[in-house]
Ligand binder design. Sequence first.
Ligand code: SF4
Length: 467
Amino acid sequence: MSKGTLFDKVWDLHTVGILPSGQTQLFIGLHLIHEVTSPQAFAMLRERGLKVLYPQRTVATVDHIVPTENQARPFADRLAEEMIQALEKSCKDWGIRFYNIGSGSQGIVHVIAPEQGLTQPGMTVACGDSHTSTHGAFGAIAFGIGTSQVRDVLASQTLALDKLKVRKIEVNGSLPPGVYAKDIILHVIRTLGVKGGVGYAYEYAGTTFEQMSMEERMTVCNMSIEGGARCGYINPDRVTFAYLKGRDFAPQGADWERAVAWWKSIRTDKDAIYDHVVTFDASEIEPTVTWGITPGQGIGINDAIPTADTLPQSERAIAEEAYRYMHLTPGMPIKGTKIDVCFIGSCTNGRISDLREAAKFAKGRHVAEGVKAFVVPGSETVKQQAEAEGLEKIFLEAGFEWREPGCSMCLAMNPDKLQGSQISASSSNRNFKGRQGSSTGRTLLMSPAMVVAAAVKGEVADVRELL
Ligand code: SF4
C-alpha cells in the first residue's frame, strides 16, 4: 500500500467517511460540467426533488457539440441546440457559472478550468469526461465520472470510490528535438499497455516532467486514462505556482502565500512508498505514432507495424482486429502512410503552446494537395492569443483551416467528421474505431508537430526532418 504520496494525502484530506460497501465517500472540491453528460444528471435531480448542493463549486462550459465553422444560434443541428439550451437553463436555474460561447472564456472543459485558475494543487476534481485526468498536472486528484456520478456530485458534492494504488512513472532526461510530451505518454502507454494502469493512480516524476511547462504536463496527465489509470498527477512545484499566479480564481495577496505553503506540504514525501515504480529514459523515446485501434498500439516513427508473431500472446487478437480495420500491413513502415485529414486540437493538444509549436513547422510550408488540414483552438482564450501572435495567419497561409474552439474531430459530436475510411493524423487522444465520426474512419495519434509534418508531406513523416 502506498504511503506518503500526494495521492494518499489528498485522498485522506477529502475523505468524508467509509461507506458500508467499503468504498470511500470522497469530497469533490471542483465539479466541471458540460452539455453532454449533465442533462440526464440534472433531470434525475429534478425528478427526486434534490438541489445542487454547492453551485459555487460547479462550473460549466459547452464544448463537445459546438460547431467550429458557424456558431450562429440556433445551431443547424437541432439536437446540439437542444443540448446547449438545456445546459443554459440548468445553469440559470441553479446559479452555476457558465462559460458560454462568446463569453471570451468558453472552450474544452479541460482547457478552460486551468486557464481560469480553477484547477489547483491538492484539489479533488470530477467531470463527466474521461480526460478529467488532465487536471492532475497541477497536483490535483482528478476523476472522469459517468452520468449517475455527475448526479451524485451535483446532489452531495461527494463520490463513492475505491482507493487506488499508486505507480510512480519516472522519466529522466531532456526531450530530444522533435520529441514532445505527447510522445512520452504514447510511449508509456505503449510500454505498460492500455490496461496496465487499471486500479492505479499514476504519479509522473523525474527530470523530464520537472522540465516541462504546465501545458506539456497537462498533455501527459490527459492521457493517463488511455493507459487505464483512473487519474495521473505531477507534484506541484514552482512551474505550477508560476502558471497559477494572477489567474482569475487563484488565491490573491496573503491567501496566495498560505496557499503555496499548503500546496508544498501536499507534495509526495521523499521517503514515500509506492505500490509500483517504472523508469524510462527520455533520450530513448522517438516521435511516436499509433498504427492501430488503441492508444497502446504505438510505434516509433522509424519502426515497422509489428507483425502478430512479435507481439505477446495477449496482444495478438486486438492486433489482428487492428490490421483488418486500419488496412495497414504488418511489417510495413508507418512512415509514408498516406493521410487524408490532419487535425490539430483537443484537450490533449489544443493549447497555445501546441499551436505555437505546430505553427513553427507550418510557417513557410504548405499542406499537400488533397489533404484537408484544420486547427481548432482549445478555447476562446487560446484562439484570441493565437490570433494576437499571428499564428492564425501562418496556418491559413500554409493551407490549414482556422476554426472556432471546441472538441471538434476529437470525438466528432459536431459536424467535423471523417468521411468513409479516410485516415486522419490527429493530435487528439483516442484512435478507437469510428472515434472521428465515420464508422470506418481511421485515426493515427501523434504530436501536433508530427501532424504538421504529415500535412505538408501528405503522409506520415518524421518531424525531425523539418527541423
Ligand atoms: S477534446 Fe476530446 S477527449 Fe477532450 S473533452 Fe473533448 S471530446 Fe473529450
